[in-house]
Each structure stands twice: as structure tokens, then as C-alpha cells.
Design a protein around this ligand. Structure first.
Ligand SMILES: Nc1ncnc2c1ncn2[C@@H]1O[C@H](COP(=O)(O)OP(=O)(O)OP(=O)(O)O)[C@@H](O)[C@H]1O
Length: 616
């Protein structure tokens, strides 16, 4: 028998968030009264010491369980996965005899093709159930949003010119139009005002094309420089979708979420969550729009703390994969009505290490979803793989995937290993704070912080082995300006948005050029300029230096003489000088891609339970 709740849902007529009459009057229909009734039901919380103790114990227990489950998942994943290199190597061995007759360049090209074929043979990204049943969606999700009439009436040529003006490259069928301001996108005026107060007056190129695309219900892959405002581009459509659903019928306990944002690290999830809270609070100010409930779902925090959110209807979840799977398995909430899945730093998320988690998460969806993938770096091959999994996707690309932000002045310096610490102090004088120092190695992060503290520099540190409290303290005190320098490992700080970073110092150059692009991208954000100084020396692999050299050339930066003198072995072999389709690096081919090697290394490590992704 149908529940009364269910029946009520069917009987009520929906009131759309977007009013779509042909006069383009797009005022929202307020639901303040419904909201008032809801707000009156706030749960009260005791503060007694017994309660605190119990909560602490519960949190510890949850953390222990978390770790055990994570360990299990890692082992399971390691059993399932075979690396691309292994597959390619098998084929390669069979062909070894034939190969002896070919030139070096021919052999290299064939090997590249084999690895690419192995990548292409990966199963498309969908839930096992969908794959098993052969479920395939052919149409995008319908939404009630439409661009204003004067924009609908523009010709394709006008749209093309506008995209050209903002250097936006698009691919796909029936492309939604680019729109140059938030009001024309029909973003509620109260939010437009709030954004303006935060100096967000005009959409950035990724927002200008990405928001109309997502508002139209289209699946999309969004690629844009670090710091170019991707977060707003994928959160705003979800917020509007949630408002629309809430307007149809207020959510009650056990209902929702409408959509989720998936992030590869706890810190990035926390930051996105905080952004969503700010924007939803701005909308709810003075009762203009209903209050949306957002849940942060990451390892290392007690879900007990958030039970006040879980006790209400849930609109938005911002999560890391491990804890999300855990919550879904425990049925703390369901994806029965979830329609929107966004992955930030998507290339990382669907990279080999996370693929099974993502597949697992998808298996909880009960209906078609709108899927959005965003990142600053998205190698072509990963794009191709992702595209197979989306429905009529639109690719929105601002600048070459994997290219560096042009607002960052990149300085590369040769510094001997033993001279780095002293030189670091000198380097810190280049600009006023705040400054971020990156190192690939946790011990080195600790050493640098200790050295800086000894020299009287107010420095905090963040890396994967720090506790959640330590990480949060570091981020908070650095963000608030109480500390001048943050020393960080690349993994822990990916995608974090700190205000006005003046200078990024890369103490040890990461092996993967994409990581370098993300690291220098902590400065030069939202249209401001910044400096990135990178230390290299004879410990830096030649191939990494070559990637760096090409990146500097591409970004029109000064190439120091020691980099200029590095020659590309592919040129001597007569091979092609195209970028690597796996990681986007310009200085090497797929057969010696550090990312593939690293993936393989990580998987082997996970066989021994020593994975260090630091994600969840
Ligand atoms: N339209 C805009 N105009 C000005 N500033 C903006 C605009 N949109 C976002 N910002 C600001 O730009 C900063 C960077 O935004 P965001 O963190 O979304 O970048 P991102 O593209 O996700 O970067 P990353 O790839 O490094 O994660 C934020 O402080 C944000 O408030």
C-alpha cells in the first residue's frame, strides 16, 4: 500500500523555482510560510558531560570502524584491479619477437597504441546494475530552466563569437548558450547581491558557459584553470535544483538528498561544504527562500555531530567517497531521489585508484542522474573514458586541459639539495605573506615547518599523517591570517582555496606535472596575479624537467638556461612530440608516463596495505 507521504507527494501540484513565462519574468515563488513552520522544529541539544563523553566514545568508535572498512576496501580493490601497464606488458611480451625488426620510433608508437587500447577497454563508468541490465540513457534530464528569450533568439554565430571572446572551447550536441551575467542566468537577485558583496560581479568563463549548461540539465565535463571559480559553477545548479524540489514540497526527515558533490580529499570537501552553507544562507536570508540542509560527509568527523542535519530532510551532501559509501551502506540516507552527481577534481576521482569507489557510489542511484565532472587537469584519454559514461555530454574547456594558469609568474631555480632550507628563507622575502610551501614528502614538510619556526616564521603544516584536528587548525589559522606560512604536502592541500596567496614555493618538484599545475594554482586566483618559485636540482628526474620546460614555454614564461639545455629524446628518435594522453604532460609519451608508473606503484603498495592517498 502507498504511504500517506507518498500519496501527498503525488497530489500536490509543483510550484517551479524558475518561472518560465515567455515574458521572461523569472521571479521565484516564495515559500516563506512553509519554511517558518519547518524552522520552529529545531532540535535541542544538551551539553552535559556524560553526553559529551558518550559522543566522544561514539566518535572514536566510528573512526575505528571507518579505518577498518577503509582497509577492507583497499584490500578488495587491490584484488580486483589489474593495472593498465600489466595488461599492456602482456600484449607487449607476445609481440617482442616481431618488434626486433622495427625501428625505435615505430616500437615506441606501437607501445603507446597498446597502452591506449588498454585504457579504452576499461568498463564505462556506470553502476554494475546498469551495466548488467544494459540500461542506457539517451536523453539528458529535463529541467524547467530556460535562458531568457533575448538570449534564445541569438544566432549560433553570436554564441560562437561570445565563446571565442572568452576563450571557451565547447564540444557536444545542442549546446546551451553562454550567458555573460548572473541575472540573465536567472540566478535569484538576493544571491546576485550577495555574490557582488564578495566581489563576484561577473561570471568567469567556466561559469559563463558551465552554469547555463548545468541549469539545462546537461551532463558535462568542465575543465578550467585552477582558481577560476569552478566551485560556484557546479554548486549553484545543485542549489537551484534543491530549491526547486523543496518548493514543490518541503523535505521531511528521511528524504533527500537531491544531489551530491564528491571530492577526493576531506579538506576540499570541507571547503566546498562551507561555500554551499554561505550561499544557501544568503538565499534564506529574510525568509526569501527556504533554508536548505547540507551534510558534510567525510571521514574523521563524527556523524553524531551532524545528526541535527540528518534529522531533517536533506538537500545536499558534500562527501569523500569512503564515508559516503559507508553512510549509504548503513542506510543513513538513500539516493532514491538523488538526481545530481558532481565530481570535483574528477580526473583524480575516476583515476584507477578511485574508479571502483565511484562505480560503487553510482550503484546507489535509483534513477537517471545528471553527472558533472570538473577539474583543472583532464588528460584527453580520461576525458574520452568519462564521456562514454555521460549522457549527451557537453565539454566546456577554458584553456588546454592541464595548462597552467597564466596569472601565475613561474620562476624555476636550480638549488642544491643542501642549500634549499637556507634559500627558502631568502625566498620568503620575495613577497609579503601569505605564502604556501609545498613538499612531496611528509617528513620534509615537518622538517621545513620546524626550521621556519626556529627562525621565527609563523608557520603551520598540513599532510596526510596529521590528525583531522591538526589539519583543521592549520587551515583555519592560515586562512584567518594568524599564520603567515603554510607548509603542505601536495595531496593534503589539493584544490584548497586560500585568499590572496602571494607566493607559492615548491620546495620539491612533484613527479607529475599535473600536481605542479595544481600547486602553483594556489596563487593567481580570481583574476589576481601571483608568483610560484620552484626548486629543482639533479635529484629532479629529467623527464619531469622536460615536462616543466614545455609547460613554461606554453605559458609564455621565462625558461632558465639549465632547462633550455635539456633535450627531448623523442626528437632524436624521430618520434612525435604530442602531449601524453594520460597525464597531459608535454615532455614525454605514454610509455614513460610517471602517472601510470605511480598508479602501478600505488596499487602494489596497497597489496601490502600501505596506500597513502590521504583522501578519506
Ligand atoms: N565570478 C567570479 N568573480 C570573481 N571571483 C570569483 C568568481 N567566482 C569565484 N570566485 C572566487 O575565486 C576563488 C577561486 O574559486 P574556486 O575555488 O571555485 O576555484 P577552482 O576553479 O575550483 O580552483 P581549483 O581548481 O584550484 O580547485 C574563490 O575565492 C571564489 O570566491
Amino acid at each position: 500500500m502507498e504511504s500517506p507521504q507518498k500519496r501527498r507527494r503525488v497530489e500536490r501540484s509543483p510550484s517551479p523555482v524558475w518561472k518560465i513565462d515567455d515574458n521572461d519574468d523569472f521571479t521565484y515563488v516564495p515559500v516563506a510560510q512553509r519554511k517558518q513552520a519547518k524552522l520552529a522544529k529545531l532540535t535541542s541539544w544538551g551539553t552535559g558531560s556524560d553526553k559529551e563523553k558518550a559522543a566522544r566514545q561514539q566518535q572514536e568508535q566510528e573512526e575505528r570502524e571507518d579505518e577498518e572498512r577503509e582497509e577492507e576496501r583497499r584490500k578488495e580493490k587491490a584484488r580486483k584491479e589489474r593495472t593498465l601497464l600489466m595488461e599492456a606488458q602482456e600484449v607487449h611480451t607476445k609481440k617482442a619477437a616481431e618488434d626486433s625488426k622495427k625501428t625505435e620510433a615505430e616500437k615506441a608508437e606501437e607501445q603507446d597504441a597498446e597502452i591506449l587500447a588498454a585504457i579504452a577497454s576499461r568498463r564505462k563508468l556506470a553502476s554494475d546494475l546498469e551495466l548488467a541490465k544494459g540500461v542506457q540513457y539517451t536523453e539528458s534530464l529535463k529541467t524547467s530552466w530556460r535562458p531568457p528569450r533575448f538570449i534564445r533568439e541569438r544566432s549560433d554565430e553570436e554564441h560562437r563569437k561570445l565563446r571565442e571572446k572568452y576563450h571557451i572551447i565547447v564540444e557536444g550536441q545542442d549546446l546551451p548558450p553562454p550567458i555573460e551575467n548572473f541575472t540573465d542566468m536567472k540566478v535569484p537577485e538576493i544571491l546576485v547581491k550577495f555574490l557582488r558583496s564578495k566581489r563576484i560581479t561577473m561570471p568567469t568563463p567556466i561559469q559563463l558557459q558551465g552554469i547555463p549548461t548545468a541549469f539545462s540539465g546537461r551532463d558535462m565535463i568542465g575543465i578550467a584553470f585552477t582558481g577560476s571559480g569552478k566551485t560556484l559553477a557546479f554548486c549553484l545548479p545543485l542549489i537551484m535544483l534543491a530549491l526547486e524540489q523543496e518548493a514543490k514540497l518541503p523535505f521531511i526527515r528521511g528524504e533527500g538528498p537531491v544531489g551530491i558533490v564528491l571530492c577526493p580529499s576531506r579538506e576540499l570537501a570541507t571547503q566546498t561544504y562551507e561555500n554551499v552553507l554561505t550561499w544557501t544562507a544568503a538565499l534564506a536570508k529574510d525568509g526569501a527562500y527556504p533554508q536548505l540542509n547540507t551534510l558534510l560527509c567525510i571521514g574523521g568527523i563524527s556523524m553524531g555531530e551532524q545528526s541535527h542535519v540528518l534529522n531533517k530532510g536533506l538537500h545536499i551532501v558534500v562527501a569523500t567517497p569512503g564515508r559516503l559509501i559507508d553512510m549509504l551502506e548503513k542506510k543513513r540516507f538513500t539516493f532514491d531521489n538523488c538526481k545530481y552527481l558532481c565530481m570535483d577534481e574528477a580526473d583524480r576521482m575516476i583515476d584507477l585508484g578511485f574508479e571502483e569507489d565511484v562505480r560503487n557510489i553510482m550503484s546507489f542511484f535509483k534513477r537517471q542522474r545528471q553527472t558533472l565532472l570538473f577539474s583543472a587537469t583532464m588528460p584527453r584519454k580520461i576525458q574520452d573514458f568519462a564521456q562514454q559514461s555521460l549522457v549527451k555530454p557537453v565539454l566546456v574547456n577554458v584553456g588546454r586541459a592541464g595548462a597552467a594558469n597564466l596569472d601565475v609568474l613561474q620562476v624555476v631555480e636550480y638549488v642544491k639539495q643542501e642549500a634549499k632550507m637556507v634559500y627558502l628563507l631568502e625566498c620568503l622575502q620575495k613577497t609579503p605573506p601569505p605564502v604556501i610551501v609545498f613538499s612531496e614528502n611528509k617528513n620534509e614538510v615537518d622538517d621545513i615547518q620546524e626550521y621556519l619556526l626556529l627562525k621565527g616564521v609563523e608557520a603551520v603544516a598540513i599532510h596526510g599523517s596529521k590528525t583531522q584536528e591538526e589539519r583543521q587548525y592549520a587551515i583555519k589559522s592560515f586562512k584567518s591570517g594568524a599564520k603567515d606560512v603554510m607548509v603542505a604536502s601536495g595531496v593534503a592541500s589539493k584544490g584548497l582555496d586560500f585568499n590572496d596567496i602571494q607566493h607559492v614555493i615548491i620546495f620539491s618538484m612533484p613527479k607529475e606535472i599535473e600536481d605542479y599545475v595544481h600547486q602553483i594554482g594556489r596563487t593567481g586566483r580570481s583574476g589576481k596575479t601571483g608568483i610560484a618559485t620552484t626548486f629543482v636540482n639533479m635529484n629532479t628526474p629529467e623527464q619531469t624537467l622536460l615536462d616543466l620546460k614545455y609547460l613554461l614555454i606554453e605559458a609564455g614564461q621565462k625558461v632558465p638556461p639549465f632547462l633550455q639545455s635539456i633535450e627531448d629524446p623523442r626528437a632524436a628518435q624521430g618520434g612525435s612530440l604530442k602531449g601524453c594522453p594520460v597525464c597531459g604532460g608535454l615532455g614525454h609519451g605514454i610509455s614513460n608516463c610517471p602517472k601510470l608508473e605511480d598508479t602501478q606503484r600505488r596499487q602494489m603498495a596497497s597489496h601490502h596495505g600501505a596506500d597513502d592517498r590521504g583522501g578519506y
